[in-house]
Design a protein around this ligand. Sequence first.
Ligand code: ZN
Length: 67
Amino acid sequence: MQATASVSRDDERRVFGAQMARLGVRLLNKYGRVLQCEACEATWCPQPAADGSLPRGFWRCPNRCNW
Ligand SMILES: [Zn+2]
């Protein structure tokens, strides 16, 4: 995701949260480091890459609810 000067961190988090909600995933803490599946309530912690970006498909439930 490309950050721009006009987008605050709060705005980024709101957009990110909305995207996750569409995928059936909840953010369990304010840093968005713990995700929970709304279908089966499994939780997981996606590990960011060295540059801080999250891996492709990090939002996928380990039980494949939203694959
Ligand atoms: Zn699930």
